[in-house]
Ligand binder design. Structure first.
Ligand SMILES: *[C@@H]1O[C@H](CO)[C@@H](O)[C@H](O)[C@H]1NC(C)=O
Ligand SMILES: *[C@@H]1O[C@H](CO)[C@@H](O)[C@H](O)[C@H]1NC(C)=O
Ligand SMILES: *[C@@H]1O[C@H](CO)[C@@H](O)[C@H](O)[C@H]1NC(C)=O
Ligand SMILES: *[C@@H]1O[C@H](CO)[C@@H](O)[C@H](O)[C@H]1NC(C)=O
Ligand SMILES: *[C@@H]1O[C@H](CO)[C@@H](O)[C@H](O)[C@H]1NC(C)=O
Length: 347
């Protein structure tokens, strides 16, 4: 038995003064403030539990003040012309929430979290027609992996879903992931943190959006990340924003899909590196060249198929130099990258 918690259709409350206001502009378009006069000047005002903007960029859902209290939310400003309150749902370690736009923060966020325990939250579907969640890492700062790229100090896991989510750590603010529900099972988000390790700025704030099975923004199966803009930047996890670090920033044992939505009138994507950033493409795998010098992947390498351990696959690439054909020419690794165009196989 589900409560429809993503979007409770309508709320009924009795307001007299609002009725007076509303009657002045009651028209065909007045969907958010319908009223039904009952006689004695008392009316029922209804409003939709739509998404609203709260303080500090937090998104909430428009509820009555009482409902917001009942579900453990925090009111952040008025909505529905002042009848409702923009209700922000925030959970932390040990919590559970099936509400759309739930925020999962580290204890006392944004104060750094000392760590030392396992922090788990549970995300059930808000109704049976939900297939997926999107997790926006608004803030994600955990300890760095070890020199082999393994998340041995801090680690973030997703369990219970149908998607294969790699273990993450390090700096991932601004990144996002999509996780499919596995039937009716809940999805659990787990953070293991090590109190002994110094991670001065360890803190997180994730926004969890529930996505309906027939929702146009649902990411296709196999896409851990999904981009829909005409241009943008894709970063690997723990890419960070500064130059090279001690050890490695590349996480070990990652195998995931990054998808870009096909836009009407477009049939290919050109991938390149950010100009002037000599560290923009540094992927281990059969390379001992200095960072920023040389390219192991095509098109400079005719030694195609040399990327055997770690690589990025860009499917169906087309090269300026058509002599570059052969097995594994869709693999890219090493310390350089020349732009490549990937043509859609869809007609
Ligand atoms: C959850 O909220 C987002 C907006 O933040 C909206 O696009 C999405 O449709 C909502 N999900 C459901 C199931 O209502
Ligand atoms: C990295 O892996 C190598 C080979 O398995 C191992 O010898 C080494 O101790 C590892 N380093 C760390 C920091 O775990
Ligand atoms: C790498 O390239 C720079 C110029 O782009 C050059 O100064 C440097 O000597 C090169 N390093 C190696 C190891 O080839
Ligand atoms: C690629 O592999 C071939 C042998 O398979 C080797 O001869 C060649 O040097 C390699 N190229 C690079 C750039 O490592
Ligand atoms: C294509 O690459 C091969 C090998 O590097 C080279 O000999 C040839 O000149 C290139 N052709 C063009 C048009 O650049």
């Amino acid at each position: 038995m589900y409560m429809n918690q993503c979007f409770v259709k309508l709320v009924l409350i009795c307001v007299f003064l609002i009725l007076e206001n509303e009657s002045k502009n009651a028209g065909a378009s007045n969907r958010n403030g319908k009223f039904f006069p009952l006689g004695w000047g008392i009316g029922l005002v209804r409003f939709e539990n739509s998404v609203c903007g709260g303080a500090d960029g937090f998104e909430g859902t428009c509820y009555t003040r009482r409902q917001c209290n009942e579900i453990g939310g925090v009111g952040a400003g008025p909505c529905a012309k002042g009848i409702g309150v923009c209700c922000i749902i925030q959970i932390t370690c040990g919590g559970s929430s099936s509400y759309n736009n739930t925020y999962f923060t580290s204890p006392n966020f944004p104060t750094p979290y000392p760590g030392g325990s396992t922090c788990t939250v549970t995300i059930p579907k808000c109704n049976p027609d939900i297939c997926q969640i999107r997790i926006d890492f608004l803030a994600f700062s955990l300890a760095q992996p070890d020199a082999n790229g393994t998340c041995t100090t801090d680690a973030f896991y997703v369990i219970g879903g149908a998607s294969n989510v790699p273990v993450l750590c390090g700096e991932n603010s601004g990144q996002h992931i999509y996780v499919d529900f596995n039937g009716d099972s809940d999805i659990q988000l787990v953070l293991n943190t090590n109190a002994a390790a110094t991670a001065a700025s360890r803190a997180w704030n994730f926004k969890i959006t529930q996505i309906g099975c027939d929702c146009p923004t649902k990411a296709p199966t196999g896409c851990l990340q999904y981009y829909t803009a005409l241009s943008g930047t894709v970063r690997s996890f723990n890419y960070g924003t500064t130059g090279p670090q001690t050890g490695t920033r590349q996480l070990a044992n990652e195998n995931y899909g990054v998808c870009v939505e096909m836009q009407p009138g477009y049939c290919s994507i050109t991938w390149g590196t950010s100009p002037g950033d000599m560290y923009a493409f540094t992927v281990t795998g059969n390379t001992n060249q200095a960072v920023g010098n040389g390219t192991i992947g095509p098109p400079s390498a005719l030694s195609n198929g040399n990327c055997t351990t770690d690589f990025v696959v860009i499917p169906n690439p087309s090269y300026v130099n058509s002599s570059l054909v052969g097995p594994n020419t869709d693999r890219f690794c090493g310390n350089g990258f020349n732009s490549v165009t990937s043509k859609s196989l869809r007609k």
